[in-house]
Design a protein around this ligand. Structure first.
Ligand code: ATP
Ligand code: MG
Length: 329
């Protein structure tokens, strides 16, 4: 069976963007692929996190994965730091990638361009750790949103380079980007991606958010003066974003939604979007409540770590032998 791997950073509360672009799709994939899903707690600390908050976000992330329908009997769910081989292979990846490559990573470049100060070395080299996360399990597919595609491309480059240098070692992974919903935008600024690290952002809907508050954010989402529900991301990014959200949650094609709201006002349209979003949140939140009170999270992570470590341990040994830092037979 093909292997699919995905991770999510517990750098804040999970958003509707994470759900549509990532979480939701894993559930679809778990029947088809050998699924490995990890909580990227190491990637997370590339930016300072309050330890108490981080701990809570970790737990919530696992609970939300399960609440969205990921089945721990089918998928291997684990904490990145529980499998120490990730960090070790990450260092080896650092040594097989170039500064020039990392300088070209747009996520990092954007942060530099925005004049953000105190960027850590960990943040700069995180694509190398991400390469290790993927390559250590010989993943065939990595489902990601648009923003992560470049990092998977880098992973492929590093893997090819390593294979050329040391002989066939890593499988070359492919990014899988959803056709609809790969980039859900902020409700308050539809030219900006919805991101969980934008704390307290009005433009962001959180999966555990109070339904009233979610509805309010949708009703006050920034739109335009065209007064026409139409899919035109260039000129009507706000409406296009709401259409995308609605379509990817309900499964109704965007064209059909546009037809249905022809001649109707934005208020009515937004109300319908809010109904769909709140319906989905309500289901997730009910399941979340049940899971958070059980011991399922601890059990899932403990079992997941054992399974993942077995795979990662074998691979790391092979890598170490190839590069000559292992002298045992
Ligand atoms: P951060 O602001 O900390 O980077 P994030 O919201 O961008 O948080 P990540 O942990 O970087 O979330 O990404 C988790 C997964 O969610 C990735 O597969 C990513 O591509 C996807 N994703 C993130 N934001 C969106 C979005 N707005 N629309 C669709 N997918 C998204
Ligand atoms: Mg991100």
């Amino acid at each position: 069976r093909k292997v699919m791997l995905s991770g999510i950073k517990p750098s804040g509360q999970l958003t509707l963007g994470n759900y549509i672009g990532a979480l939701r799709n894993f559930v679809k994939y778990q029947d088809e692929y050998e699924m490995l899903v990890f909580i990227a707690n190491l990637h997370c600390i590339t930016v300072y996190q309050d330890p108490q908050e981080l701990k809570k976000n970790l737990k919530d992330a696992v609970a939300l994965y399960l609440a969205c329908g990921l089945d721990p009997h089918q998928a291997t769910i684990f904490l990145q730091s529980d499998v120490k081989e990730h960090a070790q292979l990450g260092f080896i990846m650092n040594c097989n990638s170039y500064q020039g490559e990392l300088n070209r990573m747009t996520q990092y470049k954007d942060k530099v361009a925005k004049g953000e100060t105190n960027l850590t070395v960990g943040l700069y080299t995180y694509p190398c750790l991400m390469a290790a996360d993927i390559l250590i399990y010989d993943a065939d597919y990595v489902p990601v949103g648009e923003d992560q595609k470049q990092h998977v491309e880098l992973t492929r480059d590093i893997a090819n380079r390593f294979n050329n240098r040391y002989g066939q070692t890593f499988r070359i992974p492919e990014p899988v980007v959803p056709k609809v919903g790969a980039r859900i935008m902020s409700l308050s600024d539809p030219t900006k991606k919805m991101s969980k690290s934008d704390k307290g952002d009005k433009g962001c809907i959180y999966l555990l958010e109070d339904l009233k508050s979610a509805r309010k954010k949708i009703m006050s989402a920034v739109t335009d003066n065209e007064a026409c529900v139409r899919f035109d991301p260039q000129n009507q990014p706000g409406i296009a974003n709401l259409l995308t959200i609605m379509s990817s949650l309900s499964g109704e094609p965007i064209d059909a939604i546009v037809d249905r709201f022809a001649g109707k006002g934005y208020g009515e349209f937004k109300g319908a979007v809010a109904d769909v979003v709140c319906g989905e949140l309500e289901t997730i939140q009910a399941r979340y409540q049940a899971i958070i009170q059980s011991d399922l999270i601890e059990k899932t992570l403990a079992e997941g770590a054992v399974k993942a470590q077995r795979l990662a341990g074998r691979k790391l040994e092979k890598v170490q032998r190839k590069i000559g830092i292992e002298f045992r037979k």
